[in-house]
Design a protein around this ligand. Structure first.
Ligand SMILES: [Zn+2]
Length: 179
């Protein structure tokens, strides 16, 4: 009667979340990437984040989905290169409010590395545009450099500081002139 064991998890919500967090620790991942707007205002660029969990056991993935109560489960196409491989099942959640809620509930059960990543995600909401660089300079029209090819955005003040630092290393006597 394997199903009876499952029942115990479903009845105790906290136990169910602990189980889900443990599974996520091993099989899940927090995916994060920047979506950069190529045209002004560049401050509208934002971070997109999603949670995924991939496994070959459909029942485990579906149970995880049931416990966290968000996202969706889909079957991943089996590679034609390895036809003997078992098909994979993927759970994915892209809605920020749901991601935040799930990560908050997972937090107490996660190991150090995963907890750091989850805490960082919760502290940096994905849907909010990044208005300041990592050193706190604001991304204004004049302070934003957009790479002509990649379209990636960077802070002009930081770029200038990096340039001065590199020049100082290359030509030590020039440092006094720029001061
Ligand atoms: Zn900066």
């Amino acid at each position: 009667m394997p199903r009876a064991e499952y029942r115990a998890y479903e009845e105790d919500t906290e136990l169910a979340w602990a189980w889900a967090a443990g599974l996520f620790e091993g099989e899940g991942s927090i995916v994060s990437y920047m979506v950069t707007n190529r045209k002004p205002p560049w401050s509208s660029s934002y971070r997109r984040r999603l949670l995924t969990l991939k496994m070959t056991d459909e029942d485990v993935v579906r149970r995880f989905h049931q416990i966290v109560g968000a996202g969706r489960v889909s079957a991943l196409k089996r590679s034609t290169k390895y036809p003997h491989w078992k098909p994979q099942w993927a759970w994915e959640c892209t809605r920020w409010d749901e991601i935040e809620n799930i990560l908050r509930r997972f937090l107490p059960y996660l190991g150090n590395r995963r907890r750091d990543a989850a805490e960082y995600s919760v502290a940096h909401p994905a849907h909010l545009p990044q208005t300041h660089c990592k050193r706190g300079h604001e991304f204004t029209m004049t302070n934003t450099y957009v790479h002509p090819k990649s379209g990636s955005r960077s802070c002009r003040l930081c770029r200038h500081m990096a340039y001065l630092k590199a020049r100082e290393a290359r030509v030590p006597w020039a440092a006094s002139r720029s001061a």
